[in-house]
Design a protein around this ligand. Structure first.
Ligand SMILES: [Zn+2]
Length: 140
């Protein structure tokens, strides 16, 4: 790494691809919105230029419930980035939303030893910067 050492490391922020800008703009306002196909009616994630179910390019970012369940998860005990040093152990989970798509995120508000697969969760938003909020999930 050629990056100069800093007194306090900052967490990396999302760098949205053009297809993901509406997702992050909604998250900034604490709304979870995913692309929904106007042809077949299905949601998907991550955002892309056409529906992965039917290939239609006619879709709109649409609010979802923010409710789902833990599909799978891992607990990180090791620090892979200095900005996360104060957070281990933490849970990285694949959350399956009630609408179907799965999001990679964190489960927060509970100790890692209490997280289980199928655990019902609800989205919460972590304002990680003045103009960036990251969707995370807490137990219902
Ligand atoms: Zn479709």
């Amino acid at each position: 790494m050629n990056e100069p050492a800093r007194a306090k490391a900052a967490k990396p922020l999302p760098k949205p691809a053009p297809e993901s800008v509406p997702y992050w703009e909604a998250a900034k306002q604490h709304r979870l919105e995913l692309p929904k196909c106007n042809a077949c009616g299905k949601f998907w994630f991550p955002p892309s230029q056409s529906c992965p179910h039917c290939l239609a390019a006619d879709f709109a970012f649409t609010p979802v419930s923010g409710r789902g369940k833990v599909f799978s998860f891992v607990t990180f005990h090791r620090v892979y980035h200095p900005a996360f040093a104060g957070e281990v152990p933490y849970v990285v989970a694949l959350v399956e939303l009630d609408e179907g798509p799965r999001l990679l995120s964190n489960v927060v508000g509970v100790t890692p030893d209490k997280v289980t697969c199928e655990m019902p969760v609800q989205v919460v938003f972590d304002d990680v910067a003045a103009d960036v909020a990251v969707p995370k999930f807490k137990p219902v």
